[in-house]
Design a protein around this ligand. Sequence first.
Ligand SMILES: O=C1C[C@@](O)(C(=O)O)C[C@@H](O)[C@@H]1O
Length: 139
Amino acid sequence: MKILILNGPNLNLLGKREPEIYGTKTFEEYFEEMKTAFPAVDLVYFQSNHEGALIDKIHEVGFSYDGIVFNAGGYTHTSVALADAVSGVTTRVVEVHISNIMEREAFRHHSYLTPVCVAHFIGHGLPGYNSAVDYLIQK
Ligand SMILES: O=C1C[C@@](O)(C(=O)O)C[C@@H](O)[C@@H]1O
């Protein structure tokens, strides 16, 4: 089973960025824990701050991988193009957010991705990524 963990803008700063919201662990550290937690899954990690690069990656893996776990960061709330990319591929995509976007500023309450993803894990911190992989394994 092959799953892409796809992180959008500013998530490269995890560990340094607003630690009171996002914690103090880097995603690279967390990704090592994920690989240990799912030894039977081929986990691939990609992060970009660029909308087009995220779209290209979804196109690249979206007809061959078994799942994509996607935290689109701020593009969640703005990007019709990313939602179209998710709709356009056959691989199932699960939406993840570290923080609870529904309890933050009003502009974070709407997600263009929620309607086109098969599930979402919101506000569970980094363990939400593990829950998303679990979901893809079980469903
Ligand atoms: O960059 C992010 C991170 C986020 O997707 C989260 O994981 O909680 C929530 C978004 O609103 C924000 O722009």
